[in-house]
Write a protein that binds this ligand. Structure first.
Ligand SMILES: N[C@@H](CCC(=O)N[C@@H](CS)C(=O)NCC(=O)O)C(=O)O
Length: 222
């Protein structure tokens, strides 16, 4: 039995989206981190830093969003999200999954944290020109994959979940304003039912798949 511990507008989103794409049964515990729900003795037994996300696998906790994504991608039936370790596409899969966490995420972290303090209608104005330029630099190596519509092999993979989640967060805080290829790629991800199921629990604005839009023309969930 898999149980995801997560919170709205947290790295738990990428894990929930991955679980939804994997098509595996899982339970979800949604915590209010700001209210201290991640610092209870019960949750500290799951995540020693009192953070989210965490995945309980039967009785064993697994922490770190990237580790959870790698684990779930490999669990998905028929290698649908992750080529096997000896497949020629495996190296590229790992590269882009790690790139999402290690390179894209730090480049969007500052405006994303700022957005947590403002209303959804103001999220897109929290980033600076310097932050948008810096984000464009780390998106540039993804150009071929964005153009193709998927990053690895012949179709959608776990790499698209990991990179797509960072582009979704970047889109929320205005970092994709001058990156039409990234916005177009993201629109294809917004159409995925698994994305929609995870985003529906993510708080604030649920993106609508409108080609050419930034995803901000969306229905507010309040
Ligand atoms: N490297 C960890 C970071 C975990 C983390 O910092 N989670 C944040 C939410 S995205 C959190 O729970 N913060 C609350 C806190 O640390 O008090 C991961 O990727 O899972």
């Amino acid at each position: 039995m898999l149980t995801l511990y997560t919170a709205a507008r947290s790295r738990g989103f990428v894990c929930e989206w991955m679980l939804e794409e994997a098509g595996l049964p899982f339970a979800v515990r949604r915590l209010d981190v700001m209210a201290g729900e991640a610092r209870t003795p019960e949750h500290l037994a799951i995540h020693p830093l009192g953070a989210v996300p965490a995945l309980r696998i039967d009785d064993e906790p697994l922490i770190e969003s990237l580790a959870i994504c790698l684990y779930v991608a490999d669990l998905a039936p028929s290698g649908g999200l992750a080529p096997a370790p000896d497949h020629p596409d495996r190296a590229a899969l790992l590269q882009w999954m790690v790139y999402a966490s290690a390179t894209l995420e730090p480049a969007l972290a500052a405006p994303f944290v700022r957005s947590l303090a403002v209303a959804p209608e103001d999220w897109s104005s929290v980033s600076t020109v310097a932050e948008r330029d810096a984000f464009a630099r780390v998106v540039a190596p993804l150009a071929a994959g964005l153009e193709r519509g998927h990053l690895v092999g012949e179709g959608f993979s776990a790499a698209d979940v990991c990179v797509g989640a960072r582009l979704y967060w970047a889109d929320q805080v205005g970092l994709l304003a001058s990156l039409p290829a990234a916005r177009a790629y993201l629109q294809t991800l917004y159409r995925r039912p698994a994305f929609a199921r995870a985003a529906a629990h993510d708080g604030g604005v649920v993106p609508s798949p409108t080609p050419g839009s930034s995803g901000r023309g969306a229905a507010s969930r309040g």
